[in-house]
Unconditional design. Sequence first.
Length: 308
Amino acid sequence: MINISLRQLEYFAAAAQHGGAARAAEALSVSQPSISKAIADLEALWGETLFVRRHARGLELTAAGQMRHREAHALLERARALEGPRTDEEAGLLRVGCLATLAPRHLPAMLLRMRERHPRVEIEVHEADTESLLQMLERGALDAALLYDMGLARPVRLEAVTAFVPYALLPAGHALAARSSLPLAALAQEPFILIDLPHSREYFLSLFRQAGVAPRIAHATPSIEMVRSLVANGLGVSLLTTRPVRDWSYDGKRLACRRLRGPLAAQSVVMAYPERLGAANPRAALFARVVRECFTQQRDAMTAPEAP
């Protein structure tokens, strides 16, 4: 007889995700004691301590808890997949492109969830700049691509999945880092590190033009991590929309991120599909659903658009 339930695992996973029984209960619309009892029952069943309580920081997974959480998460994903009808549409190849500045931060979690939820989908990944991805879509070399919508007047079909606002990137000890938000005019007075990719370059320069100022470009690079390292070493400031989880450069130096002041249109992130190449790959819809879920869970207050 099985002595564990999916409900217990769901409550355990929610507590791990939200860092506390109260927040997990709120997210699942259940009582806090229900969450606490599920955790206690699992700890008794497994003979392991799953969480430690940190003052003012809530619950943190122990080493055993981390292993159990990975196992529980995989099982819950398979259970969710079983809720839907079994179709042959899930079996086969899906060719996915992703913008190089988005991929390292967001794509791995999406691929992992796809493998857990739709193991019969074989995903072929192409990481590139916006122009290269658009060209691949136009010639039918991709089924879908994840990128920014920068006013793309191309024969592709776009579907919004989330939106980011740009932020200022500064050396940790920079004088401007003492402010909570910055106008673009303040950044225009500093040496500027430009992300030098097709479409991305034009987008960031357009922000300065709209503000009536011009940046003093000191360096330009197609690598987001090179931008971050140059800034962290005090060689300039920059603007980005993608923000890694930690504000550290590759060479171990601290960075400061600040919101921009003034009216700024949110930058839409879209799934792009071929427009005139017959029926769409049905597996692309499965991937788009996972993309939306992951962006919701990876939400960052620094890049989230302000509520209207």
